[in-house]
Design a protein around this ligand. Structure first.
Ligand SMILES: C[S@@+](CC[C@H](N)C(=O)[O-])C[C@H]1O[C@@H](n2cnc3c(N)ncnc32)[C@H](O)[C@@H]1O
Length: 223
């Protein structure tokens, strides 16, 4: 993908994201990409309080959620395992520019192995207490880990533009990846997304949204 297809934008909290020409929308919130990552995904799943989080992400994108999670784990000295899927990896220059000077060891190691093309073999790196695997493949065809994730970040593009990652069938598969007590977080509060999470047997809670959104959702595997 040429970098021209991904113009970078600086958001009001000073963090950056990019616009996807393919989907016609931004990867992260234009109202604050880092703020959304922290509020919706890290705090939405209680990851900032977990002693050893295991995160599964649908849509690694530009790594904004990953870097927010790494920053939190590093601050607390908590070991972090992170597994993500991304079927359309952005060019490494875009990931680097979006992150700017924020360069923890695991991010540098991941960018050093970032593929030029997709599909590609998964990349696994470990540094600074973080183990991360990115699968460069369609998550719909993935064998997801079972009963594993303490946190699941459901961060596809919007349900209207990227509907396949929000279907009841796929959401039920995601629920199976959660460990007992694990939580799915998403920025969408659409009624059909909430109903899909409930139909998967999860207890759904509405939360105040990140800037620019009234509400977001968390869904908990109770048993
Ligand atoms: C909203 S962006 C994710 C932003 C990202 N979480 C971040 O922190 O920068 C959605 C991402 O999901 C990816 N995606 C959409 N459908 C997918 C699928 N079926 N399999 C794998 N990745 C998918 C897109 O390519 C895109 O990178």
């Amino acid at each position: 993908m040429p970098t021209d297809d991904l113009p970078i934008i600086t958001t009001p909290d000073g963090s950056r994201t990019a616009l996807s020409a393919r989907y016609g929308e931004a990867y992260g919130s234009r109202h604050g990409a880092a703020t959304q990552a922290r509020h919706v995904f890290v705090e939405g799943t209680g990851t900032q309080e977990h002693p050893a989080p295991r995160v599964l992400e649908v849509g690694f994108g530009l790594g904004v959620n990953f870097r927010a999670t790494v920053a939190d784990a590093a601050r607390r000295g908590a070991p972090l395992a992170y597994v993500a899927w991304e079927f359309d990896p952005a060019p490494v220059e875009v990931l680097r520019e979006v992150a700017g000077a924020d360069m923890p060891a695991v991010w540098a190691a991941l960018l050093a192995r970032w593929p030029d093309t997709a599909p590609s073999a998964p990349v696994h790196v470990e540094a600074g207490g973080v183990a991360v695997t990115v699968h460069f493949a369609d998550v719909l065809e993935a064998a997801l880990p079972q009963d594993w994730a303490t946190a699941l970040y459901l961060d596809g593009f919007s349900p209207t533009r990227n509907p396949e990652v929000w279907t009841p069938d796929f959401v039920a598969r995601l629920a199976g990846a959660l460990a007992p007590g694990g939580m799915i977080a998403t920025y969408s509060a659409a009624g059909h997304v909430r109903r899909a999470l409930e139909a998967a047997g999860l207890r759904v809670e509405r939360r105040p949204g990140a800037p620019g959104k009234r509400e977001c959702l968390r869904a908990i595997r109770v048993a």
